[in-house]
Design a protein around this ligand. Structure first.
Ligand code: UDP
Length: 373
């Protein structure tokens, strides 16, 4: 341990780790602390039965930013995993994202023309209700995008389970993440590049943290001043409302709970991700972790498999925050905290929690690559 560091980085997730890497490359000395007992934040994986288990939920790397892609590939090679989740609605399977396969399964249509005609019929009511204005919430957005059958079977139940709110109270942008395609293409993402680091995410994080001092099980907010004294600058990646002692009130987050099981079968569900889109099934999706990193016949090399059922619930103090709830009320509250953050000398706030944004991994890396250190 050094007497004094250039940077104290609070949080060893992707934002903190990329900042640590950049600072180290610049010849600066970093102390990275985390309140968990491991580095990596929510991309951390555990080894169970020789399978990398995404402890904090499925993380699939995808980006169209060549600089970000080249950056991560300079540290670790990526495999060819392509996310193509399947939705299970009352025992019927539908391909995601919404594409010609989904439309064929939903309506028996065969050509893009037939599918488009069906979608137009399905959207008509919603389009009329909008009368030319922009959709104001997720329900309006979904109905005007794909119409009522898909909304009711594949969106409504899943979304209301995930967010614990009616779709009419959720921002429209959430559903814009999902592409609608008139071709037979089950690739969930539109991005140019996609994959999982070979050897798992921990390899990437360890590379990023090379050269930094790391202390685990340390709660920065318990003794902010003592930690601040250790460095010239602070990079804070935790929850912004916690940093400011919730003085304006709590921001809302969704959190996720996992029930992870080991099964004595090599192939439990035939896909990494199956979404359960009906409201009555209590979990949102089931992840079978081996499919992120093994393909084809290799799946059978390990006679066991690990699956996680994902349950979504409202965050309360003491839980891990996962998703910021970017509705109007929380956005306004966040703005109040952001104003305080702008006044904070020598502290950089970054990442999903400190910026209260539904960032993907590539967004986080991009911001960490460009942030002025
Ligand atoms: N979504 C949905 N049905 C699905 C999968 C996703 O309606 O089967 C909606 C839902 O509103 C969700 C959003 O799409 O919040 C984004 O889902 P995604 O899987 O991209 O989110 P993640 O949890 O993986 O960040």
């Amino acid at each position: 341990m050094k007497e004094k560091y250039d940077y104290l980085i609070v949080g060893a997730g992707l934002f903190g780790a990329v900042c640590a890497y950049r600072a180290t490359q610049m010849g600066k000395k970093c102390l990275v602390i985390d309140k968990r007992s491991h580095v990596g934040g929510n991309v951390y994986c555990e080894d169970v039965e020789g399978i990398h288990v995404h402890t904090y939920g499925a993380h699939i790397f995808h980006t169209s930013n060549k600089q970000v892609w080249d950056f991560v590939n300079s540290l670790v090679e990526f495999n060819r995993y392509t996310n193509s989740p399947v939705a299970n609605y009352q025992g019927h399977l539908y391909n995601l994202p919404f594409n010609m396969n989904t439309f064929a399964q939903m309506w028996g249509v065969v050509t893009p023309q037939e599918a488009q005609q069906k979608i137009d019929e399905q959207r008509a009511e919603a389009m009329e209700a909008l009368q030319g204005r922009e959709p104001a919430n997720l329900e309006e957005q979904a109905l005007s995008l794909v119409g009522k059958d898909i909304y009711e079977k594949l969106i409504k139940g899943y979304t209301e389970k995930q967010w614990g709110r009616p779709c009419t109270e959720l921002p429209a942008f959430i559903i814009k993440r999902l592409p609608v395609r008139m071709v037979f293409d089950n690739n969930y993402f539109n991005d140019l590049y996609q994959g999982i680091p070979i050897g798992g995410y921990n390899v990437l994080i360890d590379k990023l943290l090379e050269g930094s001092d790391v202390l685990l099980n340390q709660d920065y907010l318990e003794d902010k001043q003592a930690w601040n004294d250790k460095a010239d600058k602070v990079i804070f990646t935790g929850s912004i409302d916690a940093y400011f002692e919730y003085q304006f009130g709590h921001l809302s987050y969704r959190t996720v709970r996992f029930e992870t099981e080991i099964h004595d079968t090599p192939n439990y569900q035939g896909n990494a991700v199956i979404n359960y889109t009906e409201a009555t099934v209590p979990y949102t999706r089931v992840i079978e972790h081996k499919h992120f990193e093994t393909f084809g016949a290799d799946v059978y090399a390990n006679p066991k498999t690990v699956v996680s059922k994902e349950y979504s619930c409202e965050w309360k103090e003491g839980m891990e925050p996962y998703y910021p709830v970017n509705d109007a009320q929380n956005t306004a509250l966040y703005q109040q905290y952001a104003q305080l953050a702008a006044l904070e000398k020598n502290v950089i706030f970054g990442g999903r929690l400190a910026e209260y944004k539904y960032y993907d991994m590539d967004d986080i890396i991009e911001r960490a690559l460009y942030v002025q250190l």
